[in-house]
Design a protein around this ligand. Structure first.
Ligand SMILES: C[S@@+](CC[C@H](N)C(=O)[O-])C[C@H]1O[C@@H](n2cnc3c(N)ncnc32)[C@H](O)[C@@H]1O
Length: 250
């Protein structure tokens, strides 16, 4: 994995923590001066937002920084009913639980990478593409829309992402997207022209499987995580994670 991409999420968290420290200091200072809590909270939220903007965090992270202080104040003043955090914890557990045994967390590919990957797919002939660990199906649905000659398979073992991807494929897939509740270890990679995958943990085993099963002329793509052999080519992605797509011609 390229080092910058590996540490990008930590950098965002560190920047966000710094923005919030500045925001909280602003709340304390404004409160001391005005003794007006709403004014102090607004000042803190705006300063945290401006700090995030100054650090060039993306719009979602800027908005997160804007809302953290007011939301924390609301929660302190009016605790939520118990079922809200319980439901949130349950949904999060359903999405992320498989990561405990697969070592592959749900970590969506950036939208910027979709276009880079799409540019590598044939526009003039049919092909078969599989996204290993398709999450909620965003990538395969996007590609099916923009490269309609392809047939797309997404496999997933997280129950909630699988169910969501399955329904979305039935509704929006135009018959070109097949979502399966299946482990990558039970999938014959030889059936596909392009195999895409994103996660570091099982990469060595998966690469060995790809070399055993994939046909000559097919392509194995990883996002930011390297395999033990040199890629045929790489494509940098302009996104926050500073992703790099690695293409291996088989
Ligand atoms: C890093 S996410 C990728 C999400 C999606 N492909 C995207 O690009 O946005 C990896 C996904 O792989 C799934 N996964 C983990 N181990 C798997 C396995 N053995 N077989 C199939 N899917 C797996 C996880 O549940 C998770 O949703």
């Amino acid at each position: 994995m390229n080092n910058r991409a590996a540490f990008a999420p930590l950098v965002f968290l560190f920047h966000t923590a710094a923005c919030q420290v500045i925001g909280i200091a602003t709340v304390m200072g404004t409160w001391t001066l005005t003794e007006n809590i709403p004014v102090a909270l607004c000042a803190g939220a705006i300063v945290a937002f401006l700090a995030a903007h100054f650090l060039a965090l993306s719009p979602p992270w800027q908005i997160l920084n804007l809302v953290i202080i007011p939301m924390a104040a609301v929660l302190l003043a009016e605790p939520l009913p118990a079922w809200v955090p319980v439901t949130l914890a349950f949904v999060t557990a359903i999405i992320y639980a498989p990561a405990f045994w697969t070592r592959v967390p749900y970590y969506p590919t950036s939208k910027a990478a979709y276009a880079v990957l799409m540019a590598e797919l044939p526009a003039d002939r049919p092909f078969r593409f599989v996204d290993i660990g398709c999450g909620f199906g965003d990538l395969v649905l996007f590609l099916a829309k923009h490269r309609p000659l392809g047939h797309y398979t997404g496999i997933e073992i997280g129950i909630l992402p699988f169910a969501a991807a399955k329904i979305r494929a039935l509704v929006f897939g135009n018959g070109r997207v097949d979502i399966r509740y299946q482990s990558m270890w039970k999938l014959d990679l030889g059936a596909f022209d392009v195999v895409a995958f994103l996660s570091p943990a099982p990469m060595v085993e998966l690469w060995a499987k790809a070399k055993r099963e994939m046909r000559t002329g097919s392509v194995f793509v990883t996002n930011s995580f390297v395999v033990p052999d040199e890629p045929s080519r790489t494509a940098p992605v302009v996104d926050e994670k500073r992703s790099v797509l690695y293409f291996h011609d088989m």
